[in-house]
Design a protein around this ligand. Structure first.
Ligand SMILES: Cc1cc2nc3c(=O)[nH]c(=O)nc-3n(C[C@H](O)[C@H](O)[C@H](O)COP(=O)(O)OP(=O)(O)OC[C@H]3O[C@@H](n4cnc5c(N)ncnc54)[C@H](O)[C@@H]3O)c2cc1C
Length: 432
C-alpha cells in the first residue's frame, strides 16, 4: 500500500554505519521528528548524526496527510479547562510558530507547499464549535465560526483557523535531510550511559534524542503506560473537487479532507490499533455517495502515538536519564509538533530557555482517565489466551482482517501474517 507521497519519493540512499563513532548529538529515528531535530541542531552548529533503522521517512511520515496546522481538533477549550489559559497559549503558540517556520523553510524547496485555512467541524453540536472558537480567540488566534464549508458534508458548525498550510511531506523531508549526516539500516537496540549500540558497532554521544515514533526504552519514562496507538485510513482520489483549505471532523473516527494536485485525500475510520475497525469502509462509502466521478488511485493506512492528555511528550526522556530526550505522542499532528520539538530539544541541548518546554514536558502529571483505559487494555491483553503474543510486553495479538496483520491492542505493535515486525514499540519479529 503506497501513499500518494511514497509512490514518488526520491530520498538519497545512505550507507549503514559500521564501527565506533563519537558525536555531540545522536538522533535516533529518521522520520519527521528525527529529521527536523537533526536539521535544527545542525543549523545551530551542533555536531549531530542521525541513525535510522530502515530508510529515511519509511515510518508514519510517509503515510501522513501532511496538513500543517495548529488546529488539532477541538482541543483548546479542553486544554484551557483542564490546564489553564497559559498552558493552552504555549501549545497554540508553539504550533503556530511551527507553521511559520515551515513557511520560511519551504520557500526554497519544491514541495508543493500551499497556504490555506484549516477548519474543524462538528456534525452534532454547534455549541462545541462556538466554545472552541471562544477558546481560540482568547489565545489570540485568527479564527472564525462557519455554518457551512465547501465540502459535501452537512455540518452543525465549524471553526476556521486562518493562514495554515499543506505540502508534500516527502519532497520536503528528502530535501531538508540532504545536509544531515544520516545512516540508514542502522537500528539502535540498546543505550547504556551515553552509548547507543547497533549490530555493527556503537555511537557515543553527549546527548541522545529518541525520535523512533514509539520510544523503545521501557525501563524509564513509562511510555508503555503513557501512549497507545490509533490507526486511520486514507484514500487519494483523482479528479477531486477543489476544496480551498483543509477540513477535519472533531469526532473520533470522523473524516478529513485536503487537496493534493488535482485530487483529494479523504481520511477517516480511526480506531485504537488492535481493536476492531472498519478499515477504509467509511471513506469508500462517503466517496461512493458524495464524490461521483472521482477515481481511487492510492489507499493506505497508518497509526500514530496518542498521549494521555492530547499533548505530545517532548523533552527529557525521564527525570532519571540525564541527556536523553524523547519526542513522541503527536496525536496525529506530528508535522507541527515535530517542528516544535526541534526547537524545544535544541534549546535544551544548548542550555537555552524555551517558553514552551514546560507544556510538553514528558514528566508532567499522567493521572488521566486515559491512563486507566491504557492500564485496563494492557491487563486484558496480558490475561487474554492466545498463542500469538507481542514480544514487547507479552500481550495477546489480534488478527486485523482489513490489513491481514497481527496487531497489539495494548501498545500498537504490528506484525505481518508470517510474524515479521511492521510497527514498533516491539523491536523483534514474532517467534514461532
Ligand atoms: C493517517 C494519519 C494522518 C496524519 N495526518 C497528519 C496531518 O495532516 N498533519 C499532521 O501534523 N500530522 C499528521 N499525522 C501525524 C504525523 O504523520 C506523525 O505524527 C509523524 O509523521 C510522526 O513522525 P515520527 O518521526 O515521530 O515517526 P516516524 O515517521 O514513524 O519515524 C520514526 C523512525 O524511527 C525509526 N526507528 C524506529 N526504531 C528505531 C531504532 N531502534 N533505531 C533507529 N531507528 C528507529 C523508524 O524506522 C522510523 O523511520 C497523521 C498521522 C496519521 C497516522
Amino acid at each position: 500500500m503506497l501513499s500518494v507521497w511514497s509512490d514518488n519519493s526520491n530520498f538519497q540512499k545512505r550507507e549503514p554505519l559500521k564501527g565506533e563513532k563519537r558525536t555531540q548529538v545522536l538522533v535516533i529515528g529518521g522520520g519527521a521528528a528525527g529529521i527536523l531535530c537533526a536539521e535544527e541542531l545542525k543549523s545551530r552548529g551542533a555536531d549531530c548524526i542521525l541513525a535510522e533503522a530502515d530508510r529515511l521517512c519509511k515510518g508514519v511520515t510517509q503515510n501522513t496527510t501532511a496538513k500543517i496546522t495548529a488546529q488539532h481538533g477541538f482541543i483548546y477549550d479542553s486544554i484551557i479547562k483542564k490546564k489553564g489559559c497559559e498552558q493552552a497559549k504555549m501549545y497554540f503558540e508553539a504550533n503556530e510558530n511551527a507553521v511559520k517556520k515551515y513557511r520560511e523553510l519551504c520557500r526554497g524547496i519544491d514541495c508543493d507547499f500551499e497556504d490555506g485555512d484549516n477548519a474543524v467541524y462538528t456534525l452534532t453540536d454547534a455549541r462545541k464549535a462556538e466554545k472552541e472558537l471562544d477558546a481560540l480567540l482568547r489565545l489570540g488566534a485568527d479564527a472564525e465560526f462557519n455554518s457551512s464549508l465547501p465540502i459535501p458534508v452537512k455540518i452543525q458548525g465549524a471553526v476556521r483557523l486562518k493562514n495554515q498550510a499543506q505540502f508534500n511531506p516527502l519532497k520536503f523531508f528528502s530535501e531538508i535531510s540532504k545536509n544531515i549526516e544520516c545512516y540508514e539500516h542502522t537500528k539502535i537496540f540498546e543505550i547504556r550511559q551515553n552509548t547507543a549500540f547497533f549490530a555493527g558497532g556503537s555511537i557515543h554521544a553527549e546527548h541522545i534524542v529518541i525520535a523512533t515514533h514509539f520510544p523503545f526504552i521501557n525501563k524509564y519514562g513509562g511510555y508503555f503506560a503513557k501512549l497507545y496507538q490509533e490507526r486511520s485510513y486514507a484514500v487519494y482520489f483523482e479528479n477531486g473537487p477543489k476544496l480551498d483549505g483543509m477540513y477535519i471532523d472533531e469526532a473520533a473516527g470522523g473524516l478529513s479532507f485536503r487537496n493534493y494536485k488535482d485530487g483529494i485525500i479523504v481520511g477517516g475510520g480511526a480506531h485504537r490499533t488492535g481493536k476492531p475497525g472498519e478499515g477504509w469502509t467509511a471513506v469508500k462509502n462517503f466517496a461512493a455517495e458524495k464524490l461521483p466521478g472521482c477515481r481511487e488511485k492510492y489507499r493506505w493506512a497508518a497509526q500514530d502515538c496518542m498521549s494521555l492528555d492530547k499533548i505530545p511528550y517532548i523533552g527529557k526522556y525521564s527525570k532519571r536519564t540525564g541527556n536523553l530526550y524523547a519526542v513522541t505522542g503527536f496525536n496525529k499532528w506530528g508535522m507541527t509538533s515535530s517542528m516544535a520539538a526541534a526547537g524545544i530539544i535544541s534549546d535544551m541541548i544548548f542550555s537555552k530557555n524555551n517558553d514552551y518546554a514546560e507544556a510538553f514536558s514528558p514528566s508532567r502529571s499522567i493521572f488521566t482517565l486515559q491512563l486507566a483505559v491504557n492500564a485496563a487494555e494492557t491487563a486484558a491483553g496480558l490475561m487474554s489466551l492466545s498463542k500469538k503474543r507481542c514480544p514487547h510486553l507479552g500481550c495477546a495479538l489480534k488478527w486485523n482482517n482489513a490489513e491481514h496483520s497481527w496487531d497489539c491492542p495494548c501498545h500498537g505493535s504490528r506484525f505481518t501474517e508470517t510474524g515479521k515486525l511492521i510497527e514498533n514499540p516491539a523491536t523483534d519479529d514474532l517467534k514461532n
